[in-house]
Design a protein around this ligand. Structure first.
Ligand code: ADP
Ligand code: MG
Length: 428
């Protein structure tokens, strides 16, 4: 029987209590996602949990709800969540706040680029839940502006990123400040065995919850690649934007410099796009993200700053202008679209030298990515290569992990086919 107040019954059955059910009703979460159904009851028992689930499946609420319920109406600072970017810290804190609306818990984001004194002033004496980037949290701890004395729940969002080499020492230093008995909850879409091993140093008899069942890429995302030489990338992108007319897109480049350069070119050509990367002042970063969230910006040119965790509704296209160097990042980048079952497209630009990387990505997601031919796009001829025996595009077909291809039937050496690998093709 449905209750009068239409409490999300399914969440109540997982053990979630009244103030949180009220919030869930308000934010219209009626059914828990798989990861929420799997993690919440276990997390409520205080057990340490390593949670893996595809991008966009509600991992934030999966850790936030049990954490909020367990810290209850305390006045102490009892829950800390660490995130790899400022943008993600702001977003996660906002989600925690929405869920905590009918509790006494006050949650704040803490991150670099904003004055410490301003943040401390906002937090005041009463803050029970902080969501922060490692650098700023460490800074606050060292200044004794915050204390982990009463911490009950420690969360690492995007745990594989948090434990990779760039953050590892900071995380170690931060977690060593927790002296008392506490629960650790670590989540990500991609957790390999090495990360698991590292993570377990910080956990006690953790429960492994994996609902991504080896399918780490989101099925709903329509994935393609385009063969293109570096010099032609910009031209291909302009044509692609014209052909696809994306409602909301992120174009990823591998460096800040590339992002800046691309944004400049697009502006010059009158294509509306905004850039986001770590060299922008914090205020600008926040303004750009805010406008993108509100769909006031249609095309965002970004570094991997925007690759992880960012949840903006209705992103229709992800374009990898550069194929990511770290293949796990591919999954995170494209996971910005196709969230909570929505559909989305991901298109990756691949130069001939990057064929191996593409193959690695295909192995990781365990499926073959078809090539996309953009109507009317002709590569700049490279005369010196016409004379030589050309390697087939990407030179990787023979070592395809997907069984036989027609790589052995010699490609015709017309300019057109030489520049294209023998793969399934689609036209736009
Ligand atoms: P992940 O961390 O797994 O990538 P998020 O936690 O960012 O995913 O959640 C993706 C989106 O789904 C967010 O907008 C979030 O508010 C929404 N969401 C989460 N849980 C539910 C639910 N049970 N029902 C409906 N929407 C949900
Ligand atoms: Mg997330």
């Amino acid at each position: 029987m449905k209750s009068h107040d239409e409490s999300p019954q399914a969440f109540a059955e997982l053990g979630i209590g009244l103030p949180l059910l009220r919030a869930l009703r308000k934010v219209k979460f009626t059914e828990p996602s798989d990861i929420q159904a799997a993690m919440i009851p276990a997390a409520l028992t205080g057990k340490d949990i390593m949670g893996q689930a595809r991008t966009g499946t509600g991992k934030t609420a999966a850790f936030a709800l049990p954490a909020l319920q367990q810290i209850g109406d305390t006045t102490e600072f009892q829950a800390i969540c660490l995130c790899p970017t400022r943008e993600l810290a702001v977003q996660v804190a906002a989600e925690v706040r929405r869920l905590a609306e009918f509790t006494e818990v006050r949650c704040f984001p803490v991150y670099g680029g904003q004055r410490i004194t301003t943040q401390l002033h906002l937090m005041g004496k009463r803050h029970q839940f902080l969501v922060g980037t490692p650098g700023r949290v460490l800074d606050l701890l060292r200044r004794r502006a915050i204390s982990f004395e009463h911490i009950k729940v420690a969360i690492l969002d995007e745990v594989d990123r948090m434990l990779d080499i760039g953050f590892r020492d900071d995380i170690k230093a931060i977690l060593s400040h927790i002296k008392g008995k506490h629960q650790t909850i670590f989540v990500s879409a991609t957790i390999d065995d090495e990360i698991k091993r590292l993570a377990k140093n910080y956990m006690t008899d953790p429960l492994d919850v994996n609902v991504s069942k080896d399918e780490i890429s989101v099925d709903k995302i329509d994935q393609n690649y385009c063969t293109v030489e570096r010099v032609d990338k910009y031209r291909l992108l302009s044509m692609l934007l014209k052909a696809e007319k994306p409602k909301l897109a992120i174009v990823f480049c591998n460096t800040k410099h590339a992002v800046r350069k691309l944004a400049k070119k697009l502006h010059r050509d009158g294509i509306e796009a905004k850039e986001i990367h770590g060299d922008l002042v914090q205020q600008k970063r926040e303004k750009v993200m805010d406008r993108f969230r509100k769909h006031h910006i249609q095309v965002l040119i970004a570094t991997d700053l925007a690759a992880r965790g960012i949840d903006v509704s209705a992103i229709t296209h992800i374009i990898n202008y550069d194929i990511p160097q770290d293949i796990q990042v591919y999954v995170h980048r494209i996971g910005r679209t196709g969230r909570m079952g929505a559909i989305g497209k991901a298109i990756t630009f691949v130069t001939r030298e990057e064929g191996d990387q593409l193959t690695e990505v295909e192995k990781l997601i365990n499926r073959q990515i078809p090539e996309l031919i953009v109507e009317g796009f002709v590569e700049t001829a490279r005369p010196e290569e016409v004379k030589h025996d050309p390697t087939p595009s990407h030179g990787r077909l023979k070592e395809s992990v997907f069984g036989s291809t027609d790589a052995d039937s010699a490609p015709k050496r017309t300019l057109g086919s030489k520049f294209r690998p023998l793969r399934r093709r689609r036209r736009v």
